[in-house]
Design a protein around this ligand. Sequence first.
Ligand SMILES: [Zn+2]
Length: 175
Amino acid sequence: MSEKIPPEYKYCPYCATPLETRYIEGRERAYCPRCGFIHYRNPLPSVGIIAHRDGKFLLIKRGREPQKGVWAPPSGFIEEGEDPEETAIRELEEETGMKGEVEELLGVYRNNSKVYGDVLVITYLVKITGGSLRAGDDAEEAKLFRYEDLPPIPFRCFTESLKKARKILEGRNEQ
Ligand SMILES: [Zn+2]
């Protein structure tokens, strides 16, 4: 059996027939011989939020794995029917109590997570426009940091996006 994360289905999620492995479109994939279901494994789309105010960046202390207890920018999975920019604003408010506006796309990254498997991370620069700071869902703490004072941040998607964000703010004389 595969040891992939998330694990491969054993039974068809539509008709409960045991799945077989077949070579389909260039890869071995779990396949239902009864209804033809193919388990395509795709990255999970998510958003990372590089939110700033007064030249400082907003981080949360993560309340869940991966990297529980570690400081990182707010982030979350895109819900069905949601635009990625809407996810950014929703997650920012849920995790920190702050309201914001998306300013620009910072980058698109692949992150291999021990919990979720392959994750696609879209990061945005978000200007904080209001709200009151509090640690919300999935966060133990929320706090604004100067770039120079940032604690160690996990994941390349976040470190590179923070670096890009700093350059952008410097260019605007906001740093
Ligand atoms: Zn089936």
